[in-house]
Design a protein around this ligand. Structure first.
Ligand code: NAP
Length: 307
C-alpha cells in the first residue's frame, strides 16, 4: 500500500486525481496540502508541502497538482524528504529544473514520474502501432478550446511559466512525441500574446521530423462552440485521425474500437509500477518543444484578454 498525499487541491485534483486514487487499491490517500485548505470529507488538509511533511501523517509519495510555477520548490521538498513524486503536466516551467529534479530523485533513491495524461488516452497506443508500419507524409495538430470554459479564474495560466495556450497544447505535443516513429524538432513559431498578459493565447508551430516530414500545430484558446483536440496524420497507406484529445481514433474515416478512456487510472498504474520497480520515468520532450517555440517564435501583441 502506497500512502500518498495530494498537493494542490484544485480543478484537476478534484476532476481526476481523487477519483483515480479512490479506484486504485494500491494507493491510500492519507492527506492533502493546498493553499486555500479546501475540505474534502475527513481528509486532513495542510497549507503546503512543508506543513504537510512537518505536521501530516507518514507518507510514501506525493502527487503534485499545483500550478507549474511552484512545481520545482514543492517537488524538491518532497524528494529531499525521501518521497516518491508524481508531477502533473507540465513537469516544470523550465527544462533545466526537471533535470535537476531527476538528479535529486536519483540521489535520494526515489521515483520521479513526469506524467503526461494524454499519452494514456484510449486511441494513442493503436495510433502509435499503426504509424510505426507506415510512411508518414505530413501531420497536423489542431488544438482549439475555450479558456473561459476550461480554466475559469486560473490567473497562473497567463503569468510567466503558465504557458497560456500551450498549457493544453503540450498535451498534443506529449501525444506527438509518443506516437511518432522518429524525433521531432521545432523550426518556427508565431505566437499571439494579449497585451495585458505574459503568455500566448493562440499560435502556430512548425515542426519537422528527422527525415523532414512536416508537422504543424494550430493552437487557439478562444474557440467557443465545439472544441477541437485533433491530430491528423497522412501516410502512404491512409489517413489516421485522433480526436477528443486521443480518446477517439479513425482510419480513413472509419471508427476504430479503442476501449474506454482511462487516462488517470493509467497514470496511477504506471506510478505504482515505477515505485515497485524502483525506477523513475522522466521525459521532457513535450516541454522542450514548447521551450523551443517560445525561443524561436515571432510574437504579435493582440487585444487584451479579459475573463
Ligand atoms: P487550479 O484549479 O488552479 O488548482 C491548483 C491548486 O493548487 C489550487 O487549489 C491552489 O490553491 C493550489 N496551490 C497553488 N500553489 C500551491 C502551493 N505552493 N502549495 C499547495 N497548493 C498550492 O489548477 P488545475 O487546473 O488543477 O491545474 C493544476 C495543474 O494540473 C496544472 O499544471 C495543469 O496544467 C494541470 N492539469 C490541469 C487540467 C485541467 O483540466 N484543469 C488537466 C490536466 C492537467 P489556491 O487556489 O488556494 O492558491
Amino acid at each position: 500500500m502506497i500512502r500518498i498525499g495530494l498537493v494542490g487541491l484544485g480543478k484537476i485534483a478534484h476532476d481526476q486525481h481523487l477519483p483515480a486514487l479512490a479506484g486504485d487499491p494500491r494507493f491510500s490517500l492519507v492527506a492533502a496540502a493546498s493553499h486555500g485548505r479546501p475540505t474534502h470529507g475527513d481528509l486532513p488538509v495542510f497549507h503546503d508541502i512543508d506543513d504537510l511533511l512537518a505536521n501530516g501523517p507518514a507518507l510514501d509519495a506525493v502527487a503534485l497538482c499545483t500550478p507549474p510555477q511552484v512545481r520545482r520548490e514543492t517537488a524538491l521538498a518532497a524528494l529531499r524528504a525521501g518521497k516518491h513524486v508524481f508531477l502533473e503536466k507540465p513537469p516544470g516551467v523550465t527544462v533545466g529544473e526537471v533535470h535537476e529534479l531527476a538528479a535529486v530523485a536519483r540521489d535520494q533513491g526515489v521515483t520521479l514520474f513526469t506524467s503526461w495524461h494524454s499519452r494514456f488516452a484510449a486511441g494513442v497506443p493503436q495510433a502509435k502501432a499503426w504509424l510505426a508500419k507506415r510512411r508518414l507524409r505530413k501531420l497536423a495538430i489542431e488544438w482549439r478550446e475555450d479558456v473561459r470554459r476550461w480554466h475559469p479564474g486560473q490567473a497562473w495560466i497567463w503569468q510567466a511559466g503558465g504557458m497560456g495556450v500551450f498549457d493544453p497544447a503540450i498535451n498534443a505535443l506529449s501525444i506527438l512525441t509518443e506516437i511518432m516513429p522518429e524525433e521531432v524538432f521545432v523550426t518556427g513559431a508565431k505566437l499571439q500574446v494579449p497585451e495585458n498578459v505574459q503568455a500566448p493565447i493562440a499560435g502556430h508551430v512548425d515542426i519537422t521530423t528527422l527525415s523532414g516530414v512536416p508537422v504543424t500545430a494550430d493552437l487557439d484558446f478562444l474557440q467557443t462552440g465545439p472544441q477541437t483536440w485533433d491530430i491528423t496524420a497522412w501516410t502512404d497507406d491512409g489517413v489516421l485521425k485522433l480526436s477528443l484529445g486521443g480518446a477517439e481514433l479513425t482510419i480513413d474515416g472509419q471508427a476504430i474500437p479503442v476501449g474506454e478512456n482511462r487516462e488517470y487510472p493509467g497514470l496511477y498504474d504506471r506510478f505504482a509500477t515505477l515505485i515497485a520497480e524502483g525506477r523513475s520515468e522522466v521525459d521532457v520532450r513535450p516541454l522542450s518543444l514548447v521551450a523551443d517555440a517560445f525561443l524561436v517564435g515571432d510574437r504579435e501583441r493582440v487585444e487584451a484578454f479579459v475573463e
